[in-house]
Design a protein around this ligand. Structure first.
Ligand code: BES
Ligand code: MN
Ligand code: ZN
Length: 499
């Protein structure tokens, strides 16, 4: 990971490579104040080919005796379209280009416009760190990382403190995103339920949260018929992983419970999927992986709240021991479901985990799941589907979505949709037909959260890059780690409200 430094200093007077952000304009306008020594030089270069478009980067040598040896101009796009995401994208692209140019260190000053300086600093760190992520542990020749340090220059000591804090926060958040991406990207041959649980255990020991792993015998005793049924087809037996973080110093606070679907491979089971793109179903553990990343960051940040993570983890395979269409299973909360398709497995394992979440008497339950292809049909790959039984909670998550750039879009959960889930032989059936497939899946889940404020995020379209995914510098191919920054932002806000 790139190391960040914060120091009092002036842009253009420091040695090394200096990154200068620009607004798109004719001619492009520097977004920070420049000292005379480089202002002339920069304005000569800018405008000749460089327009300041979002993620545009132009690197050139200065041939100066003092000050920067190279300058990297980076485009933020038009000022009136400026978002925090513009900083992630611009600095992320700059980092990629500097790294490719075998430049080891760079510095930049912070834009003092539109947003507060802490949020801008955080976004820059996120953009740079997350753009440098690669999943290359299976490659024989590892890519060399050239870019090692980025220094953020501030005017005085009070700013130094504030910016240092937000840099540290951002670094801890990025650690969580890295973990979520790593777990999601892991091939299913090396990441099956017991292995997944082991990796969570390692993360917990390092970051400082407790991990309990419920194995199949316990799951049977606990009445977790959904997890057991779905997991039965594989020789790799299912687990329920519980992550517990308490930053309240033992005060008896009700926890936030974050639930994540972790199907280490989803073949569809007996209702087997077509083979086209089936390899993408290793990403079906993205929700669970996000929960691990969230708990890791929360623990590293020592937030003064209680958080419980619940990850039902299974491999969905067809075999002689697999569950089948027509089976009826009973969940932890006593409800039953008739299986129409073994490929609608996510809601079955989540039903048990959500029932168990309710037993923790939580303040709120949030679940993340690559739940339905129908959600991709509805929203494409630019937003996660959001479903709720509590509008106040939903608005908080939407606010965090704005800030983090992890878009969500709410779909309705009207009671009429539940009609599609009626079964002749059980309380529910696990498929509601083609119409509104993402909503009926959410309606199924809603049967297991009682009256606890709950938000369900369907991340099928956003958990990993697909053909239509918008190209962003800080989102390399494969797992995106979506949900981690979003939910951490929500929990940080919640922690603030309490002090
Ligand atoms: N994991 C899939 C959903 C999915 C599809 C995620 C594509 C990412 C990309 C889920 O388990 C599934 O198979 N859902 C079915 C439900 C159907 C059988 C009601 C689907 O969406 O087709
Ligand atoms: Mn499935
Ligand atoms: Zn699935």
């Amino acid at each position: 990971m790139v190391e960040f430094k914060v120091k009092v200093g002036k842009i253009g007077l420091e040695e090394g490579v200096c990154i200068i952000p620009f607004y798109e304009h004719d001619p492009p306008r520097p977004a920070i104040e420049l000292p005379e020594s480089i202002d002339k030089l920069v304005s000569k270069v800018a405008g000749r080919g460089f327009k300041g478009k979002l993620e545009e980067v132009y690197i050139f040598p200065t041939f100066l005796d003092k000050g920067p040896e190279k300058i990297a101009l980076v485009g933020l796009g038009e000022r009136n379209g400026l978002e925090l995401d513009s900083f992630r994208r611009a600095y992320g692209r700059a980092a990629i280009r500097l790294d490719e140019s075998i430049i080891e260190s760079a510095n930049s000053a912070l834009v003092k416009d539109v947003f507060n300086i802490e949020d801008i600093a955080q976004s820059i760190v996120e953009g740079v760190s997350l753009s440098m992520y690669r999943f290359d542990r299976y490659k024989s020749e590892n890519r060399k990382e050239n870019l090692k340090t980025v220094t953020l220059l501030v005017e005085d000591n009070t700013l130094l403190d504030r910016v240092e804090k937000s840099v540290e926060t951002a670094e801890k958040i990025c650690r969580g995103v890295y973990t979520a991406r790593d777990l999601t990207n892991m091939p299913s041959i090396d990441c099956y339920p017991e292995k997944f649980a082991e990796m969570v255990y390692d993360v917990g020991r390092r970051a400082g949260f407790n991990v309990t792993v419920f194995k199949i015998d316990e799951l049977k005793e606990m009445g977790m018929g959904g997890i057991v049924a779905v997991g039965d087809g594989s020789i790799h037996k299912p687990v329920l992983v519980m992550l517990e973080y308490d930053g309240t110093g033992g005060r008896d606070d009700r926890p936030y419970v974050i639930v994540g679907k972790a199907v280490t491979f989803d073949s569809g089971g007996i209702s087997i999927k077509p083979s086209e793109k089936m390899e993408e179903m290793k990403y079906d553990k993205a929700g669970g992986a996000a929960v691990v990343g969230i708990l890791e960051s929360i623990a590293l940040l020592r937030l003064p709240i209680r958080v419980v993570g619940l990850i039902p983890c299974v491999e969905n395979l067809p075999s002689g021991t697999a569950f089948r269409p027509g089976d009826i299973i009973r969940f932890r909360n006593g409800r039953t479901a008739e299986i129409i398709s073994t490929d609608a497995e996510g809601r079955l394992i989540l039903a048990d985990a959500l029932s168990y979440a309710v037993e923790h008497k939580p303040k709120a339950i949030i679940d993340l799941a690559t739940l339905t292809g129908a959600c991709i049909i509805a929203l494409g790959t630019h937003a996660s589907g959001l479903f709720t039984n509590n509008q106040e909670l939903a608005e908080k998550i939407k606010k965090s979505a704005e800030k983090t750039g992890e878009k969500v879009w709410q779909l309705p959960l009207w009671k009429q949709y539940k009609e599609q889930l009626k079964s002749d032989v059980a309380d529910l059936k696990n498929v509601g037909g083609r119409p509104a497939g993402a909503i009926t899946a959410a309606a199924f889940l809603s049967e297991f959260v009682d009256n606890i404020p709950w938000v369900h995020l369907d991340i099928a379209g956003t958990a990993y890059t697909q053909e239509t995914t918008e190209q962003k510098s800080y989102i390399p191919k494969g797992a995106t780690g979506v949900g981690v920054r979003l939910i951490i932002d929500y929990l940080i806000e919640e922690a603030h409200q309490r002090h």
